[in-house]
Design a protein around this ligand. Structure first.
Ligand code: ZN
Ligand code: ZN
Length: 273
């Protein structure tokens, strides 16, 4: 593992890159960092380091920083985080959108980091740390210092899945439960209920600007995905989804009924497992 220097983009005012480096070129950096705003960094693990190529999020509050997911463990995320947090007097909390290996693979890199908490990955660990009573019915609140996140349990894809709504940036982070790609659903009943609850949360006076997931597996052509583990990603779908897509997903799941169904829509594909 080496601390490859990635592509650093200028901090922007709430902006996405016009085009992400998909990182399929072996000669490209092992990661890309984009500052969405001055306190929100989006880190993309290059696809050449692992076919999952997940997106990770670093949110800075006035007291602590939250790193959401640690990727597959194939990049030196510790060095990246240390760089991004340098000269900021913040403790670090490492938490996860869910407990799959491509989202927790770098956890061990943080085990000896000073002033750092690595939240466990079981449902009980997550519920305990974020004080989520009555899982999965009740959202919780988590304060980074002047930056409150709503933590919303959304099991169905894995089991300890949570969405984070950042009231400051108005970003809704959905992990593998909603992103432009194949949404794998082992627990259909829980997933249907979770996406409805999340859609209701948004309808209930919360107004995210964007929904951000953890992967891009679709092209910019409606309903078209890449083959699993594709070597190249020409014409990628953008990372950010309009919140209306969450409503579309919840409605599609409701319409599909209690029996698992394969659903292909413009911006997501639901794949029962
Ligand atoms: Zn997953
Ligand atoms: Zn994943």
């Amino acid at each position: 593992m080496n601390a490859t220097v990635g592509v650093w983009l200028d901090p922007g005012m709430a902006s996405f890159p016009d085009k992400w480096d998909d990182g399929t070129d072996l000669g490209s950096p092992s990661y890309q960092v984009h500052w969405y705003d001055e306190r929100t960094a989006i880190i993309r693990q290059a696809l050449h380091t692992n076919f999952e190529g997940p997106f990770l999020y670093l949110l800075l509050g006035s007291e602590r920083a939250l790193l959401l997911d640690t990727g597959t463990g194939h990049i030196d995320l510790r060095a990246i985080a240390d760089d991004l947090l340098a000269e900021r007097d913040l403790s670090l909390v490492v938490a996860h959108t869910h407990g799959h290996g491509d989202h927790i693979g770098g956890d061990a890199q943080f085990s000896d980091r000073p002033d750092t908490v690595v939240v466990g990955t079981s449902q009980a660990d997550v519920a305990s740390y974020f004080q989520l009573a009555d899982w999965p019915e009740q959202p919780g609140e988590y304060d980074l210092g002047g930056r409150v996140l709503d933590v919303i349990p959304i099991p169905g894809h894995q089991g300890s899945d949570v969405a984070f709504y950042d009231r400051a940036s108005r970003l809704l982070l959905t992990g593998d439960s909603l992103y432009p790609g194949r949404l794998y659903v082992p627990d259909w009943t829980s997933y249907r209920a979770s996406m409805r609850r999340l859609a209701d949360f948004v309808a209930d006076g919360n107004a995210p600007d964007w929904v951000l997931g953890a992967h891009i597996e679709m092209t910019d052509q409606p309903g078209q995905d890449y083959a699993m583990g594709a070597d190249v990603h020409p014409g990628e779908h953008q990372l950010q989804l309009d919140p209306a897509v969450l409503t579309e997903l919840a409605d599609a799941l409701a319409e599909a009924g209690p029996e698992p169904q394969h659903l292909r829509r413009d911006h997501f594909i639901v794949v029962p497992r």
